[in-house]
Design a protein around this ligand. Structure first.
Ligand SMILES: [Zn+2]
Length: 383
């Protein structure tokens, strides 16, 4: 069995167990614009809801998760900027006039007329929550102007669950995946407005933006009481989603657990690039930290000597992608002196490399992971 399928299977088991042992039968109110009856939750309809999320064979469930990210990736180029999405949200009307349309377009909105590319750009199904493959995951949520829960503070908003047991349970499952895969579960937030092309023709226009689940731990910690809690979502830009999708894809490609690195702040990366550290006070600061923290040279030529056993002048900054390679393959130039391409090494190991990648003769990827790149050191000490 594939490792990813195995991981999803164990998550399903853990989640199902939580449902069985922590959720109590009873009445669960859902906040709605007009007063509404609470949702009755009992063992019978909980079991039924679990069946919708987890029925059929288990590998199909992991396939649906993969399909979710694939579909999402294809729709991301249609996304508007967070700024434009925010402006569209603030319109508080269902009708878009030509002036507002122009302003939104200037802010980076993509005004997409109704079409059949995806049900995201259709209004046949009026439901607020749009479901993904086999109704297991949430593909999108629709915002309509004038909802009671209408604030978009800091590009964050909450979205109440549908008034059904499967609808509520699906919210928690998406949060559970988000937390345990350590990849923010991403969906699309959708706004649609009427736009008049001419006096006779009024068409629905869609503005979409990716939104990621945040604060998923909160509801999972208090699982027994959170079944009817809203989702907390954050509007993000396209780059953010591509990062998540890349992480998701790497997770399926490898048998080993990968450590993911968040992007370093650009200014920090510039401030601590090779030229800035290799013979300076900054470099001394790094060496001191590695000595104080009992770090060893990742190289095998010296037998992984402890840095505090040698002097600063015997320690240097090695490149993971060698400098010579960046001359031959110039696309490496942009990252050559980035802190994540640099690691601390003894001079003996460093000079034994010549123009090879460190794992060719000396330090394995695992060894460098263990002592960390200069970027890792920055993440630890400067952020
Ligand atoms: Zn060494």
């Amino acid at each position: 069995m594939n490792l990813f399928v195995g991981k999803i299977n164990s998550l399903i088991k853990e989640f199902s167990n939580k449902v069985e042992t922590e959720i109590k039968e009873g009445e669960y109110p859902v906040a709605t614009p007009k007063a509404s009856e609470p949702v009755i939750v009992n063992n019978k309809n909980l079991k039924k809801a679990s069946k919708i999320l987890f029925s059929s064979d288990k590998s199909q469930i992991s396939d649906d998760i993969i399909l979710h990210f694939n579909e999402l990736e294809k729709l991301i180029p249609f996304s508007s900027t967070p700024k434009a999405f925010h402006s569209a949200w603030e319109l508080r009307t269902n009708n878009l006039n030509k002036f507002a349309a122009d302003r939104l377009a200037n802010e980076g909105a993509q005004l997409i007329p109704q079409n059949k590319i995806s049900n995201i750009f259709g209004i046949r199904d009026q439901q607020g929550v749009m479901l993904g493959p086999n109704k297991r995951l949430i593909m999108g949520v629709r915002h309509s102007a004038g909802n009671y829960d209408d604030e978009l503070d800091d590009l964050r908003f909450t979205y109440q669950p549908p008034r059904t047991v499967p609808g509520m349970l699906r919210y928690r499952w998406c949060e559970f995946l988000s937390k345990n895969l350590e990849i923010p579960f991403t969906m699309l937030a959708v706004i649609w407005l009427w736009y008049s092309i001419d006096v006779k023709t009024k068409i629905p226009i869609f503005i979409i933006s990716p939104a990621q689940i945040i604060n998923s731990e909160k509801n999972l910690r208090d699982f027994g009481k959170s079944l009817n809690s809203p989702l907390e979502l954050q509007i993000v830009n396209r780059a953010e989603v591509y990062k998540s999708i890349h992480r998701f894809e790497s997770m399926q490609d490898t048998l080993a657990e990968i450590r993911f690195r968040s992007d370093l702040d650009v200014r920090l990366a510039e401030e601590w690039s090779f030229e800035e550290i290799h013979s300076s006070k900054k470099g001394k600061e790094i060496k001191k930290w590695f000595k104080d923290n009992d770090k060893k040279c990742p190289g095998s030529k010296c037998g992984h000597i402890q840095f505090d056993e040698i002097s600063d002048s015997e320690i240097g900054f090695g490149h993971i992608i060698p400098q010579d390679w960046a001359i031959t393959f110039p696309h490496y130039q942009t990252i050559l002196h980035h802190p994540d391409n640099l690691y601390l090494t003894c001079n003996k190991c460093n000079s034994s490399l010549g123009s090879s990648f460190p794992n060719k003769t000396n330090s394995s990827q695992e060894d460098i992971e263990k002592s960390g790149t200069i970027g890792d050191w920055l993440r630890r000490t400067k952020t």
